[in-house]
Design a protein around this ligand. Structure first.
Ligand SMILES: Cc1ncc(C[n+]2csc(CCOP(=O)(O)OP(=O)(O)O)c2C)c(N)n1
Ligand SMILES: [Mg+2]
Length: 355
């Protein structure tokens, strides 16, 4: 089994490797800023859910490097396709964090959800793996038009059992689309461990069935995630076709805020992986390089905190709509009689309840 690529060591017995090609000190700080924004959003979102201010939330604590790293390897013209686990990546492309919080609450800002074309970030995908064929289709369309757009899609270890995963990889390799598949192997699909998910030792080896290059990286190492994605994106852009990256890590938290992992796994297992988490690790690495001092670090933390706090204020300034909103936007034209009847019943019920 290939050892995952690791660039950031631990400052003691595991040595650091060189900073990947093409990354300046400014890039390293910017990537760190991205990691901190993701982390700050995630922690605040969990707190909001616990206070009943948003709905169930799929936290990604520890997986920030698998998101920020590959995104940093893309050009602004490339499209990315998140699953629920990457719900906040669009904020790294400038989408307002309040829109993502609105998604978690079930209703967003006055402008609704972000326009995917503005940020080249596809809608957050909850049905497992269904966004992969979309990512391939987008890259195929770009290829037909003679554009060099790359599409990058994230998928979990559990998602590799879906037909959509295999169909997407097959289509991408046959039609040589410019698609990068990033599989975040956090070793759990809710309560199913990866050993019950697949008989192969790695996700990466599945790529062989599609004659596709693959690479395993340490998913807790943002620079390793970046570096593998950079090579895959470049290959894709130059017409070399799709790649599969396995970002090997561990789901440090629960599956979501409605899950209690103590029911199916030993807490001590997560504790063993925790020291590898990417945000502190990147900060220590940058400090060892002499790129990040305490003042810059505090400044970045403060900036992220302020941005997320402002997003919460923006979100909560919006009056929640009533349940009637469920009947809007279901059909482009007129509502069928059955929905009209349902809406009438709901209104009558609400009148009786004095809403
Ligand atoms: C098509 C489909 N089937 C089942 C589910 C329910 N479900 C939500 S998350 C999940 C596990 C996914 O695990 P994995 O792909 O490893 O991603 P992770 O949650 O670890 O990021 C399942 C089965 C779903 N959302 N969509
Ligand atoms: Mg998983």
């Amino acid at each position: 089994m290939d050892e995952p690529l690791r660039i950031i060591g631990n400052g003691t017995d595991v040595p650091d490797r060189d900073v990947p090609d093409g990354l300046t000190d400014k890039d390293l700080i910017e990537l760190y800023r991205w990691l901190v924004l993701l982390r700050t959003f995630d922690e605040r979102a969990v707190a909001l859910q616990r206070q009943g201010r948003i709905g169930t939330y799929p936290l990604y604590w520890g997986e920030e490097g698998t998101q920020a790293g590959p995104l940093y390897a893309c050009s602004d013209t490339d499209w990315v396709f998140p699953s629920y686990r990457q719900c906040a990546v669009a904020t790294l492309r400038g989408a307002p964090p309040s829109v993502i919080l609105g998604w978690c609450r079930g209703y967003g800002g006055p402008a609704g959800f972000y326009n995917p074309r503005t940020y080249r970030v596809a809608p957050i995908c909850v049905p497992i793996a269904t966004h992969l064929p979309h990512a391939v289709g987008l890259a195929w369309a770009a290829k037909i038009r003679g554009e060099d757009t790359v599409s990058l899609a994230w998928i979990g270890d559990g998602g590799t059992s879906e037909g959509d995963f295999h169909e997407a990889l097959n289509f991408a390799s046959v039609f040589k689309t410019a698609t990068v598949f990033v599989c975040v192997n956090n070793q759990w699909a809710i309560s199913t461990p990866v050993t019950r998910q697949m008989a192969t030792a790695t996700v990466a080896e599945k790529a062989a069935a599609y004659a596709m290059p693959a690479e395993r990286v340490d998913g807790f190492d943002p620079l390793a995630c970046y570096d593998a994605a950079r090579r895959a994106v470049q290959r894709a852009r130059e017409g070399g076709g799709p790649s599969l990256i396995e970002a090997f890590c561990y789901r440090l938290g629960p599956h979501g805020t409605a899950d209690d992992p103590r029911l199916y796994r030993d807490d001590r297992e997560a504790e063993r992986w925790r020291p590898l988490e990417p945000v502190g690790r990147m900060a220590s690495f940058l400090a060892r390089l002499g790129v990040l001092d305490d003042a810059t670090r505090d400044g970045i933390a403060g900036e992220a905190k302020d941005r997320v706090a402002a997003a919460v204020r923006e979100l909560e300034a919006i009056e929640p709509p009533g349940p009637e909103v469920l009947f809007d936007h279901v059909y482009a034209g007129e509502r069928p009689w059955s929905l009209e009847e349902g809406l009438r019943e709901l209104r009558a019920l609400r009148r009786r309840e004095g809403d």
